[in-house]
Design a protein around this ligand. Structure first.
Ligand SMILES: [Mg+2]
Length: 259
């Protein structure tokens, strides 16, 4: 899949048979959570997946392995999913992968160190609308509720630039994610899960900057779809918006139900 080609609408005329040709029961089905399975809401605590999406996911889980790869911590994700998928990877790939337990402990210590440093690096008078969320293996600094988002983002970037050891920074929607160096990203996580599940192929849907680590894999045996069109995305296919997820799941279940 070449990155310089324009992305194709998954339910459009030229792509409608792509799922049909690619998917079968040896496929691992992996999904991001927020903005993909669940709509983005202004209060992240209120996020949840609809009954229709949950129903389709449970049908799918009866036919093929399902994985959720999310930026949330695993316990937090479980609360919002209200079901337990076969594989659940949290912290953008840095939590829950088999064989990574010992390294995860070092990620947690790194994140704890950053949290302490941030207490000084972002003084109270600059904190209005800025929320530092320690998720265990990574830290997210949210600024959705800042009065001046540009200013808040600049304050966060300046502070993050002074952290020791330096984090890998991944920008999301009104959030800056601080990820320990060496932690697996979503792309690495998906490839590991494919090996673990014994799946030669994978399907993935996501909408975030951290999902680009899957899209950029440019992997012949991974069919990746971005929720929402974005010009510089590495994803070959896109859905128009999150509301099309339920149609996507129904389509997947129809195809698998036949094989
Ligand atoms: Mg997302």
């Amino acid at each position: 899949m070449r990155l310089d080609l324009p992305a194709v609408y998954l339910f459009g005329r030229t792509a409608c048979s792509v799922l049909d040709r690619f998917l079968d029961r040896s496929t691992l089905f992996a999904f991001d959570l927020d903005g993909t399975l669940a709509p983005i809401v202004s209060d992240p605590d209120a996020a949840g997946i609809s009954g229709a999406v949950r129903e389709e996911l449970s049908v799918l889980a009866g036919m093929a392995p399902v994985a959720i790869i999310t930026g949330r911590s695993r316990p937090d994700a479980l609360r919002h999913l209200a079901f337990a998928p076969r594989y659940l990877v949290g912290n953008h790939g840095a939590e829950g992968l088999s064989g990574w337990k010992a390294r995860e402990k070092t990620f947690v210590r790194t994140a704890q160190g950053w949290q302490c440093q941030l207490d000084t690096l972002i003084p109270v008078e600059e904190r209005r609308g800025i929320v530092v969320e320690n998720k265990g293996s990574t830290i997210s600094i949210h600024y959705r509720h800042a009065e001046n988002r540009n200013k808040a983002h600049a304050i966060i970037r300046r502070a993050a630039g002074r952290l020791v050891p330096p984090p890998r920074l991944v920008r999301g929607k009104c959030v800056e994610n601080l990820i320990p160096e060496g932690a697996p990203d979503k792309g690495a996580a998906l490839k590991l899960l494919m090996r673990q599940a014994g799946c030669a192929k994978a399907f993935f849907a996501g909408d975030d900057e951290t999902d680009e680590d899957v899209f950029r894999l440019n992997h012949q045996r991974i069919l990746a779809v971005r929720v929402g069109r974005k010009n510089d995305s590495g994803a070959r296919f896109f859905l128009r918006d999150q509301s099309e997820i339920v149609r996507l799941l129904r389509e997947i279940n129809r195809i698998l139900g036949r094989t």
